[in-house]
Design a protein around this ligand. Structure first.
Ligand SMILES: Cc1cc2nc3c(=O)[nH]c(=O)nc-3n(C[C@H](O)[C@H](O)[C@H](O)COP(=O)(O)O)c2cc1C
Length: 211
């Protein structure tokens, strides 16, 4: 009986130590991911939003979910940029879900008036030489979003040229650019409906809780 109790206690101790270790690793990893995200946003959107070099932009963040515009249960990060407290622009991080090979993670900088400062690809698994022309390093295609809005070129033209839209497809690869164009249009539609409320929402602290 004594031996059984001792074994049970030893097992319990091992389980507890394991859980504590995993929790610690989780905690450290989450911190590193958050820091990496900050770095990528800063790098990519320094070009799109002037205040991106200002740390306060990165702290002025909320997270939203809206299945209609950001499908598959996405948690969309939104960073707000203000000029003397007035809404200037927002940066949305969301996924295009209809790519050739899984999610394409995008950042879109949207001015308060609903026009795009620009779009950048953060990560994707599209095919090299076919779908990867969405990367700013590979082609200038993604730069074509700058200045566009739901009114320019007009909602019905928010598609690739093959579907009667405004945006070029790539030779032999229509799926990837179409997925990006559709996702950016949805992000603009979300912003159009929600921009007033989303600038009023209290910011999260870096740890994720509400200020
Ligand atoms: C191995 C392989 C990889 C492909 N990768 C992509 C891709 O990353 N993006 C894409 O849009 N199409 C890709 N395609 C092509 C699509 O299957 C599809 O034919 C194409 O997107 C349709 O465009 P099109 O009508 O201009 O040919 C790939 C096809 C193959 C066989």
């Amino acid at each position: 009986m004594k031996r059984m109790l001792r074994s049970a206690a030893a097992l319990g101790l091992v389980a507890l130590t394991g859980t504590a270790l995993l929790t610690g690793v989780d905690y450290l990893t989450a911190d590193r991911i958050a820091e990496q995200e900050r770095r990528v946003v800063l790098e990519q959107l320094g070009q799109l939003v002037p205040q991106a070099s200002d740390d306060s932009l990165l702290d002025d963040k909320i997270t939203v979910m809206d299945e209609q515009f950001f499908p598959n249960g996405q948690q969309v990060s939104i960073w707000r940029s203000r000029d003397h407290g007035e809404p200037l622009a927002a940066i949305l991080k969301f996924n295009a879900v209809n790519g050739y090979n899984g999610d394409i993670t995008l950042l879109a900088g949207i001015n308060a008036d609903g026009s795009l400062r620009g779009v950048r690809v953060i990560s994707h698994k599209e095919t090299p030489g076919l779908g990867d022309a969405i990367e700013a390093e590979k082609s200038s295609w993604i730069l074509g979003f700058s200045g566009k809005s739901l009114e320019n070129p007009g909602r019905e033209r928010w598609n690739v040229k093959r579907e009667g839209g405004e945006f070029d497809q790539f030779t032999g690869a229509t799926i990837t650019p179409r997925a990006v164009v559709n996702a950016v249009r949805l992000a603009l539609e979300y912003f159009e409906l929600n921009h007033e409320a989303l600038f009023e929402e209290p910011a999260e602290t870096p740890g994720g809780s509400r200020r």
